[in-house]
Design a protein around this ligand. Structure first.
Ligand code: AMP
Ligand code: MG
Length: 339
């Protein structure tokens, strides 16, 4: 299949909406990462997403809507907690899991009684939902297992030949996938950390939000994941990523001792001049949001530059850093060296 790459002009959005209505897939920009979108009410269209990405069938997709009326038929009912969260964070990088409605294709929910819903703030994503008149199922637009794409070039590189169209809407401003919270159980639970933090969610809901075990820890063999996506190896470049847990001085000393062919550092802006190996920069030291924004393109840059082993800082697990930690620890297949 020939894949077109088009700038987000009115004609290309109209064309993308037509493809979506015809049951095709389109790579689209959102504020979090690029998504691979299809009609969430059409099983055949959704099957094309799984096929193009090589995504396991038991990993459900997020449904994207443009306004609150878009929830109709997508969810069974709109709980009070959803209204509170939507008022505070929608449109924006928050996904809410609720009981599913009858309009959504079975394959979107991968057999679960629940559905994940998000209202993106990216103008191109919102416009495509409106133009197509459809709720759009869209996972990240990477090949399964690779780092999520944060620009059209990365999307095109992964899915070229597999989908008809990628819309270029520039670099993603958030850079990591949405925060995922479930309000389908007894108590709200964070299933995936993102730009919107646990503390922000608790403030808006006025109650404690539990933390899924799988966020910070490796799932045990055979354990059932609250969020199926958490059980897969994820976000990995070809290079072997290893996290170093220690002070800036210890990091610098370790890298000096381990310099050699193919050895790279994924480091903060401030450190480039003090490290003895080639560097890939991932934001400034005190800027967790900047690190999140850069993370996936930094991981891809490691491969583009031919890194064999990449030593990265082990992020903290608070605030937005929890999202960086969650992605990076999986990219590193849970390899951490305590310095
Ligand atoms: P992606 O779209 O690639 O960012 O992945 C979507 C994430 O949301 C995956 O981790 C899924 O497992 C998770 N997810 C989607 N729907 C549900 C659901 N109904 N219940 C729990 N997790 C879900
Ligand atoms: Mg993904």
């Amino acid at each position: 299949m020939y894949t077109e790459l088009k700038a987000a002009a009115p004609e290309s959005l109209a064309y993308a909406a037509k493809l979506l209505r015809e049951g095709e897939t389109v790579g689209i920009p959102t504020e979090t990462v690029y998504g691979l979108a299809a009609d969430a009410t059409n099983n055949n269209a959704v099957a094309k997403i799984f096929a193009a990405k090589g995504r396991p069938q038991d990993n459900p997709l997020i449904v994207h809507i443009a306004d609150m009326t878009g929830l109709e038929g997508v969810v069974k009912e709109v709980p009070e907690d959803c209204k509170k969260l939507a008022a505070a964070f929608w449109p924006g990088p928050l996904t809410i899991i609720m009981q599913r409605g009858d309009k959504i294709a079975d394959s979107v929910c991968a057999g679960l009684p629940t559905v994940a819903v998000r209202m993106p703030s990216h103008l191109v994503a919102a416009e495509l939902i409106r133009l197509s008149g459809l709720p759009l199922a869209a996972p990240s637009a990477n090949l399964s297992g690779l780092p999520s794409p944060t620009n059209a070039r990365h999307t095109f590189r992964d899915l070229q030949g597999r989908i008809p169209l990628v819309i270029d809407g520039g670099e993603c401003s958030v850079g990591v996938e949405s925060t995922v919270i479930t309000i389908a159980g007894e108590q709200p639970m964070l299933l995936r950390p993102g730009y919107i933090t646990k503390e922000q969610l608790e403030t808006v809901l006025g109650k404690e939000v539990l933390l899924s075990d799988a966020i910070l820890n490796k799932l045990q063999e055979g354990a059932v994941a609250a969020s199926p996506g958490m059980k897969y190896k994820h976000y990995s470049p070809k290079a072997n990523v290893v996290l170093l847990d220690g002070s800036a001085e210890a990091y610098q000393a370790f890298i000096a001792q381990h310099a050699g062919a193919g050895v790279f550092a994924m480091c903060y802006e401030e450190e480039v001049s003090s490290l003895a190996v080639p560097c890939v920069v991932c934001g400034a030291r005190e800027d967790a949001a900047g690190q999140a924004q850069r993370l996936f393109s930094a991981l891809r840059e490691c491969d583009e530059k031919g890194a064999k082993i990449v030593y990265a800082h082990c992020p903290s697990t608070t605030g937005v850093s929890m999202a960086v930690y969650n992605r990076l620890i999986r990219a590193a297949a849970f390899q951490v060296i305590k310095l």
